[in-house]
Design a protein around this ligand. Sequence first.
Ligand SMILES: [Mg+2]
Length: 217
Amino acid sequence: MIVYLIDIDGTLLLSGGAGFVALERAFVDLHGVGGAMRTVRPAGKTDPLIIDEGFRASLGRHPRPEEVDAVLERYLVHLPTAVRESKRFRVLAGARAGLDGLRAGGHLLAVATGNIREAARMKLERAELAEYFVCGGYGDDSADRAELVGVAARRAADHLHRRLRPDEVVVVGDTPRDVRAARDNGFACIAVASGTVDRAALEASGPDRIVEGLDEI
Ligand SMILES: [Mg+2]
C-alpha cells in the first residue's frame, strides 16, 4: 500500500479560471482594485502565496496576515458561483480512471493542494472526485507547500493509525513546486505533464517519473 498525496489544479482538474475570478472579485470588494490577478502565475503556489502576489501586483505591497484572511473569506463567498459558472472547468483526461485504479489497488488517496480546504472541496465536488480522498493538506495549513505536504502525510498516518515511512508516500503534482515539496519531505514524486508548466522545467525539477495522465500511474 502506498499513500498518494495528490495535487488538485493542473493534476486532477482545471477550474477554467474560477479561482482567479473569485479572487479578483474579493480584491474589488475589499480594496477596490480590478485585475489584481492579471500578472500572477499561480501554478504550484498556495492560496496565501497567490494573494500575496496579488497584493504586490495591484497595491504594491505585501499584505498583513489579517488582510490575507479577509481576502480568503471574501474569496469563499465568490468561489461557489465562479466554480459553478466556469465554462472551461474540466476534469483532466485519465484523472478519474487513475484514481479508480489506485483505489482498486488498495492505495490510500489524500489531497496535497495549495487550495484552502473549502476551495478544494468546492472544486473536487464539481468534478465529482471528492469521495476518493480520505484527508488532505491544504493552503490554510501552511503557505509553504512542503509543510502542507507534510501535514497531509501526517493526517494519512493518523487515518491509518500507524507511522508512515517516507518510502510509503508518493506526491503527485503538475509543477516543479510539487516535486520540491515532495523532496523536502523525503517522498517520491510523480509529475503529471498536463501542460500547465513548461515540460522542460518539469523534467529539470527531477521527478521520479513523468506521466501524461493519472491513469499511467
Ligand atoms: Mg497544481
